[in-house]
Write a protein that binds this ligand. Structure first.
Ligand SMILES: Cc1cc2nc3c(=O)[nH]c(=O)nc-3n(C[C@H](O)[C@H](O)[C@H](O)COP(=O)(O)O)c2cc1C
Length: 175
């Protein structure tokens, strides 16, 4: 089974992005081995910081993954700073990092009606800058996420069905 690293873009325990990531993991648990990155453990990016264990673990997780699944909210029309910080840590050496040629899949999640579409575009741009391979598919957006969660679980069948349709070819491409 392919190994998929989930990188959530929100640190909140009650995060709708994390709830979405959990729902995807539950639906595909028989088709992939999932791991979840703890990006909240990473220090602020600083090239002077060497041998940080949280950074080493994160870089190792990205390197070991057959594919990376980003599930993130949009903050102020872009990706959350905490997510950009994590990406920056794993982005060196430039154009030859663990993200080079890494298959990536993006899900954005928002309390609003736009579903984080701007963060989705910005994340693709950032991944392109590291020569990662963003999976080509219809954009997977979870709009008005609060209405689609039941007790912290993503339960909206229409959204879950759409995720199945778009995420299945990504998993199959890694096999
Ligand atoms: C600092 C901040 C900025 C936000 N900016 C946006 C935004 O630009 N677009 C949007 O759709 N939602 C925005 N939101 C609302 C988020 O979509 C909403 O809070 C969402 O639930 C956050 O994701 P989470 O539940 O995974 O933590 C913002 C929220 C915060 C806290």
């Amino acid at each position: 089974m392919p190994k998929i690293l989930i990188i959530p873009g929100s640190l909140r325990a009650a995060s709708s992005a994390r709830a979405t990531a959990r729902a995807i993991e539950a639906r595909f648990v028989d088709k992939a081995d999932f791991d979840v990155a703890d990006i909240g453990a990473l220090p602020h990016y600083n090239a002077d910081v060497l041998n940080d264990p949280a950074v080493a673990r994160f870089v190792e997780q990205v390197g070991a993954a057959d594919g990376v699944l980003f599930v993130t909210p949009e903050y102020n029309y872009s990706i959350p700073g905490v997510l950009k910080n994590a990406i920056d840590w794993a982005s060196r050496p430039a154009y030859a990092s663990v993200f080079k040629d890494k298959p990536c899949f993006i899900v954005t999640v928002s309390g609003g009606v736009t579903g984080g579409v701007r963060a989705q575009a910005h994340l693709k741009y950032v991944l392109n800058g590291m020569l990662a391979r963003t999976h080509p598919c219809k954009e997977v957006l979870v709009t008005q996420a609060n209405d689609k969660l039941t007790e912290g679980v993503l339960t909206d069948e229409a959204v879950l069905g759409f995720i199945d349709t778009e995420f299945t070819p990504f998993i199959e491409s890694l096999a």
